[in-house]
Design a protein around this ligand. Structure first.
Ligand SMILES: C[S@@+](CC[C@H](N)C(=O)[O-])C[C@H]1O[C@@H](n2cnc3c(N)ncnc32)[C@H](O)[C@@H]1O
Length: 241
């Protein structure tokens, strides 16, 4: 799949991105656990897990309590952590295979699952906190504002968000993935069986992202770990609805 139509124009990436995650669901955790094609050797793997710990501690300090919404929950790597502090958790993902793996992993009656395309979904109530892990980088640049307006629509007036995502680092992805230039927004991803998909991957840069969020009416703190992750939290600036 090239991600281009017969005239060479980029097509809407969302259906192919969803198809990719459907096909990848069962092998998804290999990325996070640094297994198979994502195993970069003991030293690099140790650094990865050390940095995961930094983000986990930041999330614990943020304390996602009350009624929490998780966007693009995937297999539950973060859902299981959110479920510890949330009174109620709504976990949304477009891919049934992901939701099923998540249910098996988390197994909590306090988690409600919603299968929905986030570009077509609107929350029916407001939450105390919204979390999204490795989702922002898959939002097409032209839909950046749309997703932040979804976050705004999902939060109570005093509500807060927390996100984590990828920094532009060559040894984060699989050994057989080519890292495009840092400005590229579409990348080719391969599965263990060799199938290829064209998806969106935007590597946000800390200061620029913080400025863009401020322009959109957020008071946001964006931080990064030494090599792998970008993470941040925030709330609406006073005076914005
Ligand atoms: C990189 S994974 C992140 C999963 C999880 N948050 C994590 O950190 O492990 C991206 C997730 O977004 C989901 N996804 C992709 N496109 C989506 C869409 N349009 N609407 C909702 N979920 C989508 C995928 O199914 C996948 O679970």
């Amino acid at each position: 799949m090239s991600g281009r139509d017969h005239r060479g124009r980029e097509v809407d990436p969302i259906p192919e991105q969803i198809a990719y995650y459907r096909a990848r669901a069962r092998e998804y955790d290999e990325w996070f656990l640094r297994r198979g094609r994502y195993d970069r050797g003991a030293e690099a793997n140790r650094r990865w897990f050390d940095e995961v710990e930094i983000v986990r501690e930041a999330l614990d300090a943020f304390r996602p309590a009350g009624d929490v919404l998780e966007l693009a929950c995937g297999t539950g790597i973060w859902t299981e952590r959110l479920a510890r502090t949330a009174e109620r958790l709504t976990a949304v993902d477009a891919v049934e295979e992901m939701l099923s793996l998540n249910r098996d992993r988390v197994g909590s009656p306090r988690v409600d699952y919603v299968q929905a395309d986030l570009f077509a979904w609107r929350p029916d109530r407001r939450y105390d906190a919204v979390f999204f892990g490795f989702w922002l980088s898959h939002v097409p640049p032209e839909r950046f504002e749309e997703i932040w307006s979804l976050v705004a629509a999902a939060l109570k007036p005093e509500g807060r968000f927390f996100f984590v995502d990828s920094r532009y680092t060559p040894d984060s992805t699989a050994i057989d993935h080519r890292l495009e230039g840092s400005e590229a927004t579409r990348v080719t991803r391969r599965l263990n069986d060799g199938r290829e998909f064209r998806i969106v991957k935007v590597f946000h840069e800390r200061e620029r992202l913080a400025r863009r969020l401020a322009d959109l009416g957020w008071r946001a703190r964006v931080e990064e770990t030494p090599r792998f992750f970008l993470y941040g939290s925030g709330e609406r600036s006073s005076g914005t609805a």
